[in-house]
Design a binder for this molecule. Structure first.
Ligand SMILES: [Zn+2]
Ligand SMILES: [Zn+2]
Length: 205
């Protein structure tokens, strides 16, 4: 009885957001029908690495289809086509001053996932839709989170600045120059001026 009581507590639904459950798009299911999805992922549900922070829910919707590639009479390769869109808001550090910068992301995608290892050894592809980007899935299917992670990270520019004229940080004391100047420039003397001073000093003797 104890076990069933524990089960009742954990299965109560509270605190169990559907967004926390990884969504595996299975080949087995795609063989029967396309899979439509409409999901929301809370910040942290998708690992975006150390630099990128997700500020709001990530909303996504779309459809997964099975695409069969007939290589010859006996070999059929089962691809997953993933088409949809996503929206969220990210935060990345400014490339100059490291202050957090908000980065809204809205993106549609049309991707083709082939079984991992399919392309090993032979180059010839008979991809149905040339516009689809190609990735690979492993095992029974594709984890939606993996596809989304890739799409979100692709939306992050190589360099983001908080503003065009961001002054950055002083490389000497680390002061954020957007908040004012530091006194480093006065303290660190240019060696050429130092040399001039020395000459002047000698001339004045
Ligand atoms: Zn900045
Ligand atoms: Zn400084």
């Amino acid at each position: 009885m104890r076990a069933s009581a524990a089960f009742a507590v954990s299965g109560g639904g509270f605190g169990q957001s559907p967004a926390g459950v990884p969504m595996l798009i299975e080949i087995k299911e795609l063989e029967l029908h396309p899979v439509d999805f409409r999901e929301e992922f809370s910040p942290g549900a998708i690992d975006l690495g150390a630099e990128v922070r997700q500020r709001t829910q990530l909303a996504t919707e779309g459809r997964a289809d099975l695409v069969e590639e007939h290589h010859d009479k006996h070999q059929v390769v089962q691809d997953i086509r993933l088409k949809g869109k996503l929206a969220t808001s990210l935060e990345v550090p400014c490339a100059r001053c490291l202050d957090p910068v908000a980065l809204p992301v809205e993106r549609s995608f049309d991707l083709l996932y082939r079984p991992l290892g399919t392309d090993a050894g032979h180059e010839e592809l008979s991809v149905t839709d040339a516009e689809a980007e190609i990735g690979y899935y492993q095992g029974d299917g594709l984890l939606l989170e993996d596809a989304l992670r890739e799409q979100v990270l692709l939306a992050v520019p190589l360099k983001t600045v908080c503003r065009e004229d961001c002054k950055g940080l002083c490389s000497h004391c680390g002061k954020n120059w957007n908040e004012g100047a530091c006194s480093c420039a006065d303290e660190i003397e240019d060696p050429r001026w130092a040399a001039l001073k020395e000459i002047r000093g000698k001339l004045n003797q």
